[in-house]
Design a protein around this ligand. Sequence first.
Ligand code: AMP
Length: 397
Amino acid sequence: MNFEIFNFKPSIMANIKDLGYSVPTPIQHEAIPLIMQGKDVIGLAQTGTGKTAAFVLPILEHLQSRQNKGTRALIVSPTRELAEQTCKAVNQLGKRTGLTCITVYGGENIEEQSRRLHGNPQIVVGCPGRLLDHLWRGTMNLSSLEILVIDEADRMFDMGFLPDIRHILACIIQKRQTLLFSATMPEAIKRLACNILHQPVTVQVERQQPAQTVSHTLYPVQQHLKTSLLKEMINQIKTDSVLVFTRTKHRAERLAQQLIKEGHKVKTLQGNLSQNQRHAALRGFRNGSIKILVATDIAARGIDVSSISHVINYDMPDTVEDYIHRIGRTGRINKKGEALTLVTSADKGKVSDLEVVLKAPLKRLTLKGFNYNATQNYQKDFKRQNNQPPRAQNAIA
Ligand code: AMP
């Protein structure tokens, strides 16, 4: 089955072809026809499944069919990175359509955004807080809105954005089509969906299952040896680009500094960075000049780098959903990826939860040559004994 079945306009088909998409992903297959029929849709799909194109393509098709003026589609995203990523997808899939899309989020000049909004872009992708600022200042007008998308609604809820979303909704009084995408369905999102969607159809794709192309491995270790183990994993395991997750911003910074000292090209992606620093980190990671990106969960939302070979969980994520979100950055469509997780005895419960969802016990490995009984000064001891840094080797016991 290919994209012909949707009967998109030739301009959109040409853009799909340019991007090299030949077969619709399951969420696209299910959701696109419903959205094209004008139905409100709840899409239960995690990132990496092709969910963005699942709503962007029918939006482009719809907007192209009529020549109405004003902002006609609004996509609300939890993070700036996801907003940028979505706008990029709109621009790529909408290249030959003449439709314009802009992003609106905090941390950027509001006057400049107001000027761009004044130009009446047909599609706006934005984060809740700044969208609300514009609505309240009167620099954004949603009176022509035809389609509203709430993307990654569960993350929006985690980040405390639901009140802002409700305020935004209060500014849209006319009838519109509403689409809500979420990887999970916590109670609060169910309630929101009930309030704002009209007879929605739910489309659920591989809920809570990571991509089949990702392999999962646990590396049991004592808490104080995590950094030494990570350094040696990076030395021993052949990787292209590595995304390392830590639980806190502070830890992300500290770990990055330690890896830089070892001679690695590293940047962080955490909430304290300026917009320019975030862009620079992502650009470097995308173009390959940065091989290791150390990130926190929220900052990493929306990262779309196609060549991530390894996701390493320096800290075990708090929930199975977070684990699946994190590893959704690797093993993207038609690519293989590896998820390596450092686990301590305190993570036992989370590991069992994960094994229940993945329906199999996870492989546990130890790194050959690594002293699992070392004290805090392990790394120093290792170098002193060997008189050189650990050599790369493939054998993993
Ligand atoms: P998403 O889940 O929207 O973050 O998409 C994940 C990745 O899949 C993005 O890099 C898209 O460009 C890509 N993608 C989306 N749809 C397709 C498709 N039908 N075939 C191949 N790649 C796709």
